[in-house]
Design a protein around this ligand. Structure first.
Ligand code: KIV
Ligand code: ZN
Length: 523
């Protein structure tokens, strides 16, 4: 048996489906390109039948990605498989992933069928998917709670029908490692045609055991792990990609396994996913948490200074985290910025130098010193602002009396090229600024969540505001970054307003197209 473990990333499917606000096609493509550089073997990028937006993003990614296999999800239904096949057909290499529940509770309560009927549906779906590609994966949803005899029958039938990968999900994160390893071992011992497929695992983290279960599974012969960056996903999330990759790399001598992951891309990809998905990473998270390589106690610091491996089992550099957080000032030239970006793993294709440099100079004027993490944050925020904007903030002046809980804001916006100034009072500076912006723009935005975080350290940190807002039954995520938190709050709101304006424009264009088609049809 090969010692190579296939890394199947599902950040853009299982991870994305759990977000408060969906990612845009552009954001999904950015993440897909980052995953490609990270070296994932397969990336599952959506569930195309679920919405036209999902279909479009799967198609866009399938057209662009060349070095990873692109995969889409489909229930065991022909219409789902048709949508998956159609969206993926533009790819160089693709996989269709079809699934159905196999546990008694799901079969009886959710599907309201007998196990034999479900088995027939699974076989039919795999055969149907094979009409479009040889690379078909079949998942037994809730396999972790499926009676082992039923699971063995299902796996044997799916392989016979043509599935090349069989996925065993612990959908509800219920099993413990010895149990889950036992399930995989049973499949190898009892399913006669098991050698004709790769056995995959897909573990959820409800009990915090997804990584342990996945590693135990590969010790029993599984050779594909399904995971997500930062472990994002349904409920408590999925098995975390970076933890799997670094366990396999760091414990190579004991596990005897390897992956194709380029670990130096881990830090950058984790940052990007966290930013775009608006899912902060806890500071003590293994591998990618802010404290993962920080030594706090004096004894530990002393040890690391004497010899790094006293308290470090892997280096920050191995995941692409640079310890040299050099500061830059407004006197730093473009070549310095380019060099820092290269050091952090960003290629020229990842940002627009003119836009970045202009934003850098503005920030350097305000802050004095600019650090690597500021540059990273600027790249992300500037990328969001590249699209056509209907609303722009020209000026924001706020007077606040904290003791009275009262503030006044005067704001000047450019709305479709016209300058508009309005003032408002509120119970604090952000409230007053938001009211003034609403007056000036005439835009009604319903904010469902507001988060303020610090990018950087100490007094020098930039304030980042992330808001989620609902508009016409859709959710949007806006982000603002500034040295001043009220300004960052205003920028986040204006970002959302531009997103809703673009969404309205897309809907309007679609409506016009439909009308034109109807008129043509009527002629
Ligand atoms: O958790 C799960 O069972 C899934 C399947 C669709 C693979 O996400
Ligand atoms: Zn899942």
């Amino acid at each position: 048996m090969s010692n190579r473990v296939i890394i199947f990333d599902t950040t853009l499917r299982d991870g994305e489906q759990a977000l408060a606000a969906s990612l845009t096609v552009k954001e999904k493509l950015q993440i897909a390109q980052s995953l490609e550089r990270l070296g994932v073997d397969v990336m599952e990028v959506g569930f195309p039948v679920s919405s036209p937006g999902d279909f479009e993003s799967v198609q866009t990614i399938a057209r662009t990605i060349k070095n990873s296999r692109v995969c889409a999800l489909a229930r065991a239904l022909e219409k789902d498989i048709d949508a998956a096949a159609q969206s993926l057909s533009v790819a160089d290499q693709f996989r269709i992933h079809t699934f159905i529940s196999t546990s008694t509770i799901h079969v009886e309560s959710k599907l309201k069928r007998s196990f034999d009927q479900v088995l027939d549906m699974a076989v039919g779906a795999v055969k149907y998917a094979r009409r479009f590609t040889d690379d078909v994966e079949f998942s037994c949803e809730d396999a972790g709670r499926t009676p082992i005899d039923n699971l063995c029958r299902m796996v044997e039938a799916a392989i016979k029908a043509g599935a090349k990968t069989i996925n065993i999900p612990d959908t509800v994160g219920y099993t413990v490692p010895s149990e889950f390893g036992g399930i995989i071992q049973n499949l190898f011992d009892r399913v006669p045609n098991i050698d004709q497929a790769v056995i995959s695992v897909h573990c959820h983290d409800d009990l915090g055991l997804s990584v342990a279960n996945s590693i135990t599974a590969v010790q029993h012969g599984a050779r594909q792990i399904e995971c997500t960056v930062n472990g994002i996903g349904e409920r408590a999330g999925n098995c975390s990609l970076e933890e799997i990759a670094m366990i396999i790399a760091t414990r190579k001598a004991s596990l005897g396994l390897e992956t194709g992951i380029n670990a130096k891309e881990i830090h950058r990809t984790s940052n990007l996913v966290s930013q775009l998905c608006n899912m902060p990473v806890q500071a003590n998270k293994a591998i990618v948490g802010a404290n993962a390589f920080t030594h706090s106690s004096g004894i530990h610091q002393d040890g690391v200074l004497k010899s790094q491996n006293t308290y470090e089992i892997m280096t920050p550099e191995s995941i692409g985290l640079n310890r040299n957080n050099l500061n830059m000032t407004s006197r730093s030239g473009r070549h310095v910025i380019k060099h820092r970006m290269e050091e952090m793993g960003y290629g020229e294709q990842d940002y627009d130098m003119d836009t970045l440099y202009e934003a850098f100079l503005k920030l350097a004027d305000k802050k004095g010193q600019v650090f690597d993490y500021d540059l990273e944050a600027l790249v992300y925020v500037e990328a969001q602002a590249e699209d056509e904007n209907h609303y722009e903030l020209q000026q924001l002046v706020v007077h606040s009396d904290s003791t009275q809980g009262q503030a006044t804001a005067t704001v000047t916006l450019t709305v479709d090229g016209q300058s508009v100034t309005e003032a408002a009072t509120g119970n604090g500076p952000v409230d007053a600024a938001y009211k003034a912006i609403a007056r000036a723009s005439g835009c009604e935005i319903n904010i469902s969540s507001y988060q303020l975080s610090a990018k950087g350290q100490g007094q020098d940190a930039l304030g980042q505001v992330d808001i989620t807002a609902s508009y016409h039954e859709q959710s949007f995520h806006g982000v603002g970054l500034a040295t001043d938190v009220v300004e960052a709050s205003a920028a986040a709101l204006i970002h959302v307003m531009n997103l809703t304006w673009r969404a309205d424009k897309v809907a309007e264009n679609k409506h016009k197209l439909k009308q034109a088609r109807t008129e043509l049809g009527g002629v």
